[in-house]
Design a protein around this ligand. Sequence first.
Ligand code: CTP
Length: 403
Amino acid sequence: MKELDGKHIVLGLSGGIACYKSAELCRLLIKQGASVQVVMTEAAAQFITPVTMQALSNRPVYGSQWDAREPNHMPHINLSRGADAILIAPCSADFFARLAQGRADELLSLLCLARPADRVPLLLAPAMNREMWAHPATQRNLAQVAQDGAVVLGVGHGDQACGETGDGRMLEPAELLEEVIAFFTPKLLAGQRVLVTAGPTFESIDPVRGITNHSSGKMGFAIARAAREAGAEVTLVAGPVHLPTPHGVRRVNVRSAQEMLAVTEPQAQDATVFIATAAVADWRPATQSEQKIKKDGSGQTPVLGFVENPDILATVAQSERARSGQLFCVGFAAESHDLLAHASAKRERKGVPLLVGNIGPATFGQDDNALLLVDAQGHRELPHASKRVLARQLVAEIARRLP
Ligand code: CTP
């Protein structure tokens, strides 16, 4: 199943250098199953040709309200009625001004004005120079269009085509795709603040060596993404993994279990849901050598002593907020056998309302998994599926259990 199967998107391009990214955005939307109808302003056609957009979308591009191809001569009506959403990317400063004023003297602003606002949402991806972005007139227009019901997406920060650096870059195509997918996701966790731990921890032996495990972090990252799509504010505390941060998620990188606890405990003071997916090392070397431990040529191996790491989940689950029901805690169990028995026992031991069991060796590093949910009422299986799908199902299961 693709993420945007059956969705019809009108992709509007207004004039700006970010138009070059709209070609990629169009491809990504189509790859996820959407049909895309491109509409371009005259200015947009100065930056990228309609030929490119037509070839990518496999549909004729519209650019004029006087287009004679429509039998009723009303492209603004015909194009806006069938859309599941209108996405303007890039949305220039001038286009914001047009929308704010309700202008209708060219096709794209005309069709935005003519759309049935109660059922065709309007998503705007701003793209402009940082001074234009910061100008009070632009900010005023942004606030106005948001008040009129449009969804104003964020902007990126960084180098701009003009050579300046600051806010106002259009989000990257992959980020915009995530925004569109998130837009269509039911907001089951609206108003929730979700804290997720993910990945392995790394426990140093000396400056060049350490102990870690095979956790890839994929399940935790998928959960963080699904939670943010469901409307939550999400903080992801990640051990050392090579995964991109899901769009819109705040990420804090840590290495060791102690660091993970030091970051997680204060964050939990502000969270309403805590999901501990991290494969935290149970033990760390009792001493860490400041210098690399060298072979001395004697054939003797070094003797490593270990101490137990703090249990992050149990610590958070015992906090006042968790015990008073203000913080809903979810634990994970990576087992190799007897999943139900071990997961049930672990739920009791960690003192959490919901524990999610999985078979560790079968899932580490993979893109799919199967989950066993254990709570006070019993257990339920989420059968084998991609971690993306399971993450969404788990988010729905958590939402159902919140007060
Ligand atoms: N966990 C944690 N801190 C630890 C160890 C585990 O927060 N120091 C969390 C994990 O993130 C997971 C759950 O506790 O949500 C279960 O961890 P697991 O390592 O599977 O269980 P253990 O408590 O280590 O039990 P065992 O070694 O017997 O399997």
